[in-house]
Design a protein around this ligand. Structure first.
Ligand SMILES: [Zn+2]
Length: 211
């Protein structure tokens, strides 16, 4: 999970900056009015004041957009859930159900797999031979299922992780997608997708197929 401190520091810095800028603008406005009323020159004029306010507004806008890119919370407020795709409008393929899943990315490195970075998945697959695969909460998404993930491709559920089981307890179907490199995994971020979940996986809510 990402550490929160840089985001909090950024937000505090922006808050402090906004407070200072507001105080400064108010002081300018006060001075401007006083100068106008008393008929004195040599203080901040109206045109200059408008210019300064526009400049500050532009800067504040830029900072806000930048902060939006930094903090998941701000991003959520501004743009809604990142990367959420709508539910498909067609019927799911036979024997499957559309299921809303949270997807994240991981790689076999020590950061992503602290304590279990031996290169072997929980189902015993060697990640050097199988660089792609899916980690799930086995109570929701059965191991060895083959799933089609939009934007990732088709891969086999061959791993699990604490984060998936935690999400599962909260009623969220969470799939962690394995990438060959850390940067690639990080770039995937958090995406909410709808996938065709085969019957028999508890998450699909469908009974197992009768053979
Ligand atoms: Zn990694």
């Amino acid at each position: 999970m990402p550490r929160r401190s840089p985001t909090v520091r950024v937000l505090v810095a922006i808050g402090a900056w906004a407070a200072a800028a507001t105080a400064w603008v108010l002081r300018m406005i006060w001075r401007g009015w006083r100068a106008t009323w008393r008929g004195r020159s040599g203080d901040v004029g109206g045109a200059r004041l408008v210019g300064v306010c526009l400049g500050l507004g532009f800067l504040a806008g830029c900072l806000f957009m930048w902060a939006g890119g930094q903090s998941p919370t701000v991003r959520h407020v501004l743009y809604g859930e990142a990367g959420e795709l709508p539910r498909p409008v067609t019927e799911p393929p036979p024997g499957t159900a559309w299921v809303r899943v949270l997807t994240t990315g991981y790689c076999p490195c020590a950061i992503c797999c602290a304590g279990s970075d031996d290169g072997i998945t929980s189902k015993g697959r060697d990640v050097r031979r199988h660089p792609h695969g899916i980690a799930s909460d086995p109570k929701l998404v059965t191991p060895w299922l083959s799933l089609d993930i939009p934007g990732y491709g088709r891969a086999i559920v061959d791993d699990t992780g604490g984060a998936m089981r935690q999400s599962g307890k909260a009623g969220i179907v969470h799939l962690d997608l394995r990438f060959a490199g850390h940067e690639q995994a990080r770039r995937w971020g958090r995406r909410i997708l709808w996938i065709a979940m085969p019957a028999g996986a508890p998450a699909s809510g469908l009974p197992p197929p009768t053979l």
